[in-house]
Design a binder for this molecule. Sequence first.
Ligand code: SF4
Length: 324
Amino acid sequence: REPLLQVSNLKRYYGGSSSWLRAGRTIKAVEDVSFFVRPGETFGVVGESGCGKTTTGRMIVGLDRPTAGSINFAGEELTTLSAEEWRIRRRKMQMIFQNPLSALDPRMTIRRQIREPLDLHDIGIPNERDAKVEELLDAVSLQPAMADRYPHQISGGQAQRAVIARALGLDPDLVVCDEPVSALDLSVQARVTALLQDLQERRGMAYVFISHDLRIVKKLSHRVAVMYLGQIVEVGDTDDVYRQPLHPYTRALIAAIPDMAPNHRSKRTTLQGDPPSPAAPPSGCHFHTRCHMARESCAREAPVLREIGGAHQVRCHFAEEFAS
Ligand code: SF4
């Protein structure tokens, strides 16, 4: 099927001579990122904090403007739109954030907050909108009585359901979910994750699912990208990437999860230290300072993202060594 979203050579740089950063410093938060998302599928984006995954999500929904590159949504280029045109298109693309309480206004009831985008976009008949709010609450398994509560009167899991209900009101084709369950208790996480899956099956929405949690991404995603210091280092069908990770970074991330990848875990795959600052990324392959496979050429020559069998792409000079 044709992609719903096609992101090409997306870049987001901060800094330069006029910025608050030290003169001449440029942070490449997102560096030449390309991927596509088909209608109704979940595209997972994983990586440690600071890898550029949230900035990528924010650019897709227009909350941050790219330095360069293209975002094509449903056949239309978004990067050249005016702010007003963006506002209209945004209806079909929603974003859900990690902390639901910060996404809700503490002074407004849940009813008002779910109704507000319906009013703003003039969706449905005005005197039927309260009924629509209750229908949306029902879709996320919240009691109608929740409508008259304020955010501080409900739990974190209920608040995230309310945020999802508000997004659903606009009938989006794509929802960017940025760590949507990370702030919730484990049992609540499972319920909200199941809700997202159920809504996708019933409504056919596509998700870009951003998370540092490889277990949840495996459960939800049809395809997955692994990001490191602003770049995609591996991308492919979720089954392929988890069964046979080909980038040393992906291998280390998966090996760190108990019971997930006993067949390729070894002491040599342990990830050491924190990622370097994006303000001063290592030369050549950005991962060479933490890579147990690094060779002398890795600090000099930057690898490109290339296909290693089918749709599986890897950014490593020596990825073939792990392919069977
Ligand atoms: Fe490691 Fe070299 Fe591959 Fe980079 S290119 S991931 S440093 S082996």
